[in-house]
Design a protein around this ligand. Structure first.
Ligand code: NAD
Length: 311
């Protein structure tokens, strides 16, 4: 598989490192508007690859070398500074996406390429990239709440004393402040979360759930305060998504793609079956009445932000 990564800042570099370590790609092309940075990243990653899998890693100062890519990952653009929300990045990253997508599309095979969006505000960027690329919605995929769901599993795993791998717990909606934790369909292995808590005498009362929700939604803010940016979590999320696509695994992932058409179109995260062709099906999990309202509101916020860019 040939992949291309556009944007080699903290996130793009972490994505490149994580992807190279999977061995899933035989070739990786790196592009950043700062060509020196992209070439240095290609060099450094090439050396690291000598300890793992054979992979050809190159960088260039134009998009021609992107030709033949199966998947293009877009991680370019402004990131959050301490105290900023993802929506604060909207105008800066509309310009970045409007610059990148036409250049990508001029050099890839539109009949088969998949685009993975990482740039924030994630869901609006997915909508914009899908519109500009004219690709089917199923092949323009935002990492969405994959990372938020991983954060939820990590926190729950520590609190319940069970492996993250056994937790079927998802965050839905916006990859942002209006995200929704889907407690109503949460399960541990084959057991509903509430039953698991009863059986293991490990109660998870409403107040504890509210604390968990707060920690999940604020995880990025906390990491940015302490580390300046977030990169390891998203690097792992993208490499996991890429593996799922490359091996046609058809796993359920909470990725973001555009649903609907015209004025009602919106991109947000729902549980979706992901395989070689991108998003192959979208599922409707059981929601509590409050979750249902919150999810609708989340979609409205994303749509309003998209409308505000006038595209
Ligand atoms: P960064 O500032 O470290 O790097 C951004 C890179 O993009 C820079 O190298 C810059 O030169 C490049 N760039 C900017 N405009 C470009 C253009 N038009 N063409 C090519 N390259 C361009 O930022 P970062 O920390 O790597 O974050 C990148 C994006 O990822 C941000 O929008 C951030 O909010 C987002 N992010 C998303 C998630 C997620 O879960 N989806 C997680 C973390 C960060």
């Amino acid at each position: 598989m040939k992949i291309a990564i556009i944007g080699l800042g903290s996130v793009g570099s972490a994505v490149a490192t994580a992807v190279a370590r999977t061995g899933v790609a035989h070739e990786m092309f790196l592009f950043d508007r700062d060509g020196v940075r992209a070439r240095a990243a290609a060099e450094d990653l090439g050396h690291a690859a000598a300890f793992s899998f054979d992979i050809k890693i190159t960088a260039a100062s134009n998009y021609r070398a992107i030709r033949g890519s199966d998947v293009v990952i877009i991680a370019a653009g402004a990131n959050q500074k301490p105290g900023e929300t993802r929506t604060d990045l909207l105008n800066a990253n509309v310009a970045v996406m409007s610059d990148i997508i036409p250049r990508v599309m001029a050099n890839v095979d539109a009949r088969r390429v998949l685009i993975i969006i990482v740039t924030n505000p994630l869901d609006v960027m997915v909508m914009l990239a899908q519109k500009l690329s004219k690709l089917p919605a199923a092949r323009v995929i935002g990492t969405g709440t994959m990372l938020d769901s991983a954060r939820l599993r990590t926190i729950l795993s520590r609190s319940l004393g069970v492996s993250t791998q056994s937790l079927n717990t998802y965050v839905l909606g916006e990859h942002g402040d209006s995200s929704v934790i889907n407690w109503a369909s949460a399960s541990v292995g084959a057991v509903a979360l509430d039953d698991f808590c009863r059986q293991t005498k490990n109660p998870l009362p409403a107040a504890a759930r509210r604390t968990i929700e707060h920690r999940v939604r604020n995880a990025a803010y906390e990491i940015i305060r302490g580390r300046g940016a977030t990169w390891d979590g998203i690097g792992a999320a993208v490499s996991d998504l890429l593996l799922c696509i490359a091996r046609d695994e058809r796993r359920i992932l909470t990725v973001s793609t555009v649903d609907g058409t015209g004025r009602s179109a919106v991109a947000m995260s729902r549980p979706r079956v992901v395989g070689a062709g991108g998003v192959m099906a979208t599922l409707s999990p059981k929601l509590s009445p409050a979750e249902s309202v919150a999810l609708r509101r989340s979609g409205q916020i994303i749509r309003k932000n998209y409308d505000s860019i006038g595209k």
